[in-house]
Design a protein around this ligand. Structure first.
Ligand code: NAP
Length: 320
């Protein structure tokens, strides 16, 4: 009997072939919707491997059902959708997709920073609405990027890649990380700061740490009040790191100048979300790693993790 693998979302054919050559593969055939919970719970009952996305909640209830499960391969670097401790207790390997999405996500983070600072979506809609009467001196003025100060919260893979982009724009880079990385300070030409000091000094604050309950609402009312009035907050990590109610207040009252958000506390964002009503917020539908090449690499890495573990080898990128 071949080991069984379930995939929670339709993946490109080329990626799935490597699995179907070896295992009995079953896949939720819709590309654009989350597998319903009841179907997922039924499907995992006798599978050996599971490939899932960050939209799938892999919790204790699910793990109780999955008696044969040996590996959960998440197609994302963040894995806050999975109860990793509960999986570890059951001897189930959890893998993610670090590294392969670093450059694409750093690109998107910098693109979002630029789009927010220079009001690109707002300026484009203004032109399309036919409101561009004439050129005027202070029309659609944004914030200067070149030579400004960026404060990065976290100094992992994506943050490091972002530093390189920021240096290309002659930015002063300060960072906060739970462990100070003095070797990186010299290598990258960056300075360490405590969080509050970083918030006070930065023209741009970029959040790039994983989400966990310990850092829920890391950026809330108190932190936003520390930021400069003309500062911009960029979140391409996870929505739960920012208190969105406090952020709305800070933006609406002009306590900070703008925000660029790729991630939200609730995803997909409800269409009546207050943040969507503000002109000084640029919003994206969680597309940090979304390039054709990167998404293919992420799916392939998840597949390779499944193959390795189900063939008795070590996982390539385990998180537990
Ligand atoms: P990484 O290499 O693991 O880096 C994470 C960094 O955050 C590490 O330097 C870590 O410090 C630091 N950190 C962790 N917890 C912290 C805390 N409580 N306080 C301060 N620093 C803390 O991860 P990565 O590959 O750069 O990815 C970062 C995050 O980006 C992911 O977890 C994911 O949520 C998000 N992401 C989003 C998208 C998107 O589509 N928008 C795409 C990819 C990733 P240590 O060195 O002490 O461990």
């Amino acid at each position: 009997m071949k080991p069984k693998v379930y995939i929670t979302r339709k993946l490109p054919e080329g990626v799935v072939t490597k699995l179907s050559e070896r295992f009995e593969v079953n896949m939720y055939e819709d590309e654009n919707s989350v597998v319903p919970r009841d179907i997922l719970l039924k499907e995992v009952k006798d599978v050996d491997g599971l490939i899932c996305l960050l939209t799938d909640k892999i919790d204790q209830e699910l793990l109780e059902q999955a008696k044969n499960l040996k590996i959960i391969a998440n197609i994302a670097v963040g894995y806050n959708n999975i109860d990793v401790n509960a999986a570890a207790q059951k001897g189930i390997v959890v893998t993610n997709t670090p590294g392969v999405l670093t450059e694409a996500t750093a690109d998107l983070t910098f693109a979002l920073l630029m789009a927010t600072a220079r009001r690109l979506p707002e300026a484009s809609s203004y032109l399309r609405r036919g409101e561009w009467g004439t050129w005027s001196l202070m029309q659609m003025t944004g914030q200067e990027i070149y030579g400004s100060t960026i404060g990065i919260i976290g100094l992992g893979r994506i943050a490091e890649a972002l530093v390189k982009r920021a240096k290309g724009f002659n930015m002063r880079v300060i960072y906060y990380n739970r462990t100070r990385k003095t070797d990186k300070e010299a290598e990258l030409g960056i300075e360490y700061c405590e969080l509050n000091s970083l918030l006070q000094q930065s023209d741009f604050v970029s959040i790039l740490i994983p989400y966990s309950p310990e850092v829920h609402h890391l950026i809330g009312e108190k932190e936003l009040l520390l930021m400069k009035k003309d500062a911009i907050l960029i979140n391409t990590a996870r929505g739960g790191l920012v208190d969105e109610v406090a952020l709305y207040e800070a933006l609406a009252k002009g306590q900070i100048w703008g925000a660029g958000l790729d991630v939200f506390e609730e995803e997909p964002v409800p269409s009546d979300h207050p943040l969507l009503t503000l002109p000084n917020v640029v919003t994206l539908p969680h597309i940090g790693s979304s390039t054709v090449k990167t998404r293919m690499k992420m799916a392939s890495l998840a597949v390779d993790n499944i193959v390795n573990v189900l063939e008795g080898k070590s996982p390539l990128t385990p998180v537990n």
